[in-house]
Design a protein around this ligand. Structure first.
Ligand code: AMP
Length: 402
């Protein structure tokens, strides 16, 4: 029979790697808490219209990468509709913001999410069809921040008009997608990775020359704040970031070669989305957000070996003979209640085999034999220190915690 496998572009996360995922998520939650962010969990599927309107019909995400299906109604009251697995989470968050009238609280909303997103991309290292996004500050070395302003709803139309004009005489030389975008949504031409079109793209007008005074002043303020915080950045006039909802500030963090990401070296992307709420029928609600690619963050951490997950258990209890199994289980329960992580060995193992098994799984091993049970003094082997010591049973938890 054919073996069934995870769908292309998706993968199983297994121990010990999941320990690193948990650490990253716990760190993200802790950092968000420090910044006063609260967690929001939106559904992983939404109406297709949300993404068409929010992210934009002409974006690669919406036009090529969404998992969309016609959902059949199951009752007269339940009409069929087009649904989509979320390709990103901002549109869903803003939909929820509008639906739950969060604007009425009159408070600045600071929300974060951690969860899977779905895009039908060509899978490769660091690029998956199901991937996770979060937002946080974490200890990544050698990152580079690219920054741009894509203007506001008042000055961007002038830039888009200039782009359209500049593209008109050359667009026939470009790929089919760009020929179409040159008409429908010229800004999206700048996202194009098509190698043949790059020369034309590099020669297109730059948005910086079209920002009005307000947008310019805003961009200067953003840069001044980064300077004040000592955050280095490079202004990249082509950075428009592939989603229609961005206004003014856009940014992207990349990591250098050798960070474990191959060509997919963008770790985090984000920007302002001042008009998104109105686009989705909500009140005026200027906002800013970013998403970290959690998959890529993990790959980077692994490559930088900075956060090699501590996956070893505190202790492995080795019962010498099956008649010691019950006592070993009882000791394990005691130690777990005392907050230690514990594995119990196999009573049929000889001492040498127990040592080998314990060394793989735990930092220390406790031997439970006849003598130990009789005397109440247990033998503890510390693998890292290469030492063996005798510890009274009632002091064991304390000793193992050290
Ligand atoms: P975006 O939602 O396109 O602004 O992407 C934000 C971040 O999500 C990127 O910088 C990547 O780190 C990550 N990301 C986007 N698409 C994928 C994917 N298909 N697989 C893995 N990570 C991704």
């Amino acid at each position: 029979m054919a073996i069934l496998k995870a769908v292309r572009g998706t993968r199983d996360l297994l121990p010990p790697e999941t320990a690193l995922w948990n650490r990253v998520e716990a760190t993200a939650r802790a950092v968000f808490a420090r910044y006063g962010f609260g967690e929001i969990r939106t559904p992983i599927f939404e109406t297709t219209e949300l993404f068409a309107r929010g992210v934009g019909e002409e974006t690669d995400i919406v036009s090529k990468e969404m998992y969309t299906w016609e959902d059949r109604g199951r009752a007269d009251s339940d009409k069929g509709q087009s649904l989509t697995l979320r390709p990103e989470n901002t549109a869903g968050v803003v939909r929820a913001y509008i639906e739950h009238k969060l604007a009425d609280t009159g408070m600045l909303q600071k929300l974060f999410y951690i969860g899977p997103q779905f895009r039908r991309e060509r899978p490769q290292r660091g690029r998956y069809r199901q991937f996770w996004q979060i937002g946080a500050e974490l200890g990544i070395k050698g990152w580079r921040l690219a920054l741009n302003s894509v203007g506001s709803s008042t000055d961007r139309p002038r830039y888009v008009a200039a782009l359209r004009e500049a593209l008109a005489p050359v667009k026939h030389l470009m790929c089919e997608d760009n020929q179409r975008r040159a008409e429908t949504n010229p800004l999206r031409v700048l996202d194009s990775k098509d190698p043949n079109d790059q020369e034309i793209i590099n020669g297109l007008p730059k948005i910086a020359d079209y920002l009005d005074d307000e947008s310019k002043a805003h961009f200067e303020q953003v840069k001044a704040a980064l300077d004040a915080c000592g955050v280095a950045y490079t202004v990249e006039p082509r950075l428009v970031r592939g989603l229609d909802y961005y206004t003014r500030t856009t940014f992207e963090f990349t990591v250098p070669d050798g960070s474990g990401l191959g060509t997919q070296n963008a770790l985090l992307g984000g920007g302002r989305y001042d008009g998104l709420s109105e686009m989705l029928g909500g009140p005026k609600a200027p906002g800013i957000g970013f998403a970290i690619g959690e998959d890529r963050l993990i790959l980077t951490l692994q490559a930088q070996a900075e956060a090699a997950a501590e996956t070893k258990l505190d202790v492995f209890i080795a019962p010498m003979g099956v008649e010691r199994n019950a006592e070993a289980l009882r000791l394990a329960q005691e130690l777990r209640r005392a907050g230690l992580s514990v594995e119990v060995g196999d009573g049929t193992f000889r001492l040498k085999k127990s040592f080998e098994a314990a060394d793989k799984l735990a930092r220390r091993m406790v031997i439970l034999g006849e003598d130990e049970l009789a005397s109440g003094i247990l033998t503890v082997k510390d693998f890292a220190a290469g030492e063996q010591s005798k510890v009274p049973r009632n002091e064991l938890a304390e000793a193992l915690r050290r």
